[in-house]
Design a protein around this ligand. Sequence first.
Ligand code: NAD
Ligand code: UGA
Length: 324
Amino acid sequence: MTVSLPRSALVTGVAGFVASHLAEALLDHGTQVTGLDRRSPETDAVAAANLTACLGRPGFTLARADLIDCELAPLLATVDVVFHLAGIPGVRASWGARFPEYVASNIVATRRLAATCHQLGVPRLVVASSSSVYGPAGDRPVTEDGPTRPMSPYGVTKLAGEQLSLAYGSLPQPATTVVALRYFTVYGPRQRPDMLIQRALQAALGGEELLVYGDGKQRRDFTFVGDVVRASLLAAGVPGPAEVLNVAGGNSVSVTEVLATIAELTGRPVPTRSAPDQAGDVPGTWADTSKARSLLHWQPRTGLADGLAQQLDWLRCHQPGGHR
Ligand code: NAD
Ligand code: UGA
């Protein structure tokens, strides 16, 4: 990678799936990383597993803190870049009783962080946004200037957080420049346990059968976590006060096609059961990534079959139920 990486960075949501990979990559490049999360590896098994490769590594400091009310100034004093990935993810759960948490973490805490970065003059804020800001894809890949019509409460909160962050970058002579990355359905080792591919691989390895929502024809532009990390690192150095970029694998693939590829890889069909359509589940996502190609000189490198094989290998090594 030819980009100049920050000497010092704050990574929020570091105990999570994507941010833990990002923190590892930054450490590999010699960046001093403060990783912030409200989940603790001492009390949360997923956080502990995600942070295994970071904890104890020179250059890594873990800050257990809630972005809603923690003291931000000491965390931001010396950083060149903030990678803000903390948030409440998950489209389907956002209709339920946890909606106030989505608002608190995805909107209120994001605005608070962006405002404090601006006050303290942190040079660059990179924010994790989401494909769910768009609503359903048409018959062409969506560009960043396409309409934003989120179909779920989650998507509404991600759009609000993204736009609030970009508003700080759009101030005259902004103290903090902002890049919002619209990640499209990320998968790979350590994927969240509520997501399709993790559940399907677990089912194929003998775990609970997978509930397939709707007819299985819904399509996603699945993106390998290594590609998401590379785009996020490059976003630290891209010029411009306020940019929004799609980060996606480049192909729209149906749930049924994913299950067929997993069956080929594992040599056994994925056991499934039909379940009703889920509210807010868009029929398809599909991204045009030419802006990331031209601004970041980035393109996805890992195709679905290869990425699924990497996630499967990881699962076989790390899950008690996983066996070769
Ligand atoms: P994750 O749940 O694994 O990680 C999110 C982390 O943020 C968690 O460890 C959580 O404890 C932490 N967090 C939440 N609210 C916090 C707060 N107020 N203070 C401190 N920590 C807090 O999720 P993920 O899948 O790794 O997603 C990371 C980010 O990327 C999220 O912002 C999500 O909306 C976005 N995103 C994810 C995907 C995907 O497919 N995984 C796609 C698009 C966008
Ligand atoms: C994912 C993440 O969960 C969100 O946090 C993120 O913001 C979003 O991507 C995004 O791209 O912005 P989703 O696309 O719903 O959301 O990802 P999965 O949970 O992997 O679901 C993919 C498809 O599989 C959906 O159509 C879903 O209905 C289906 N699915 C999922 C099932 O049929 N069964 C399951 O058990 C899980």
